[in-house]
Design a protein. Structure first.
Length: 312
């Protein structure tokens, strides 16, 4: 009796890597960002109320595009993550770039048997063309973030400014390669960022999204933040930029509380807004924020992008 040879084992499927980007009116950054992610097996772009050319760029360079209205950053990122089909997920913002060394490191991790559920990725922050590595904190920048993870390992809160991330499973530690984060172009953009962040944080405070403290408490907290950024995190090594970054981090909680109090108490200005570029156009008036719930995001429109990624 002839015994047939044993059947060859089925080839194992290679783990896939997804990368996602959430963007709103980022046509100046999006194309370069997506080209930088070509090493991923799948690129997902979520567009939140974009009115510029971001959609056309995403259709050309991404594998999957989602469009919708996502008032809060946490649910926005969660929706993008849910659209990813990979075994590993890389989370990138439009103003960030993955260095070649980091791309190679991520590909090696994704291809090997999983030994962890998430990894911290170091970040180099740039203002204009200058790398500012030290002193970041207080929602204005970070030196490392959990950006490579398996689905289910990361979730987000519902704060309006940089919601807190919750991580589950095994940590793989800190990678060697870096993300390059182009924070702002100049000092004017840094100051506008403080204006925008305090506006959104004040809206959170009006809705009860965070502990309320007295002004003296916030002033003392600001001093601690300045010391932490400038001394503990060695912001002094960055010269004048280190002073500015520490000052922004220190002022953030106090200005947010002041805006929440003043906007809630003062009568509305009857004059028309000076223009769409005004910072107040970024959110509903804080008085309304105290009364109205956050509108539910409609079901996003998801679709495959064109015929696949374009070559350029």
């Amino acid at each position: 009796m002839r015994i047939p040879p044993p059947a060859a084992p089925a080839p194992q499927r290679r783990p896939r890597l997804s990368a996602f980007v959430c963007a709103r009116n980022e046509e100046a950054e999006l194309a370069d960002c997506l080209r930088n992610l070509r090493f991923a097996d799948e690129i997902v772009v979520l567009l939140d109320r974009s009115t510029d050319g971001s959609a056309a760029i995403a259709e050309r360079l991404a594998d999957r595009v989602i469009e919708g209205e996502f008032p809060l950053e946490g649910p926005r990122r969660a929706a993008a993550l849910a659209a990813c089909s990979g075994d590993w997920v890389l989370e990138i913002d439009a103003d960030e770039r993955v260095t070649p060394a980091l791309a190679a490191e991520i590909r090696a991790i994704a291809a090997a048997p999983a030994r962890a559920d998430w990894y911290l990725v170091p970040v180099d922050n740039f203002i204009g063309g200058r790398r500012v590595r030290h002193g970041w904190g207080g929602s204005f920048g970070t030196s490392a973030v959990a950006r490579l993870y398996r689905p289910g390992a990361k979730s987000w809160g519902e704060e309006r400014v940089h919601p807190g991330a919750r991580l589950q499973g095994r940590s793989g530690g800190r990678l060697q390669g870096r993300i390059e984060h182009f924070v702002d172009r100049d000092i004017s953009a840094v100051i506008r960022r403080l204006d925008r962040y305090t506006l959104l944080r004040a809206a959170d405070l009006q809705r009860g999204g965070g502990a309320r403290h007295g002004l003296a408490s916030h002033a003392f907290r600001g001093l601690r933040r300045f010391w932490k950024c400038y001394v503990t995190r060695r912001g002094y090594r960055e010269g004048e930029w280190g002073v500015l970054i520490a000052l922004m981090a220190a002022l953030y909680p106090l200005l947010s509380e002041l805006r929440a109090r003043i906007e809630a108490a003062e009568p509305a200005d009857p004059r028309p807004a000076p223009g769409a570029a005004d910072a107040s156009a970024l959110a509903a008036p804080l008085r309304a924020a105290a009364r109205l719930p956050v509108p539910a995001a409609p079901r996003p429109a998801a679709r495959r992008a064109g015929q696949g990624r374009a070559a350029a």
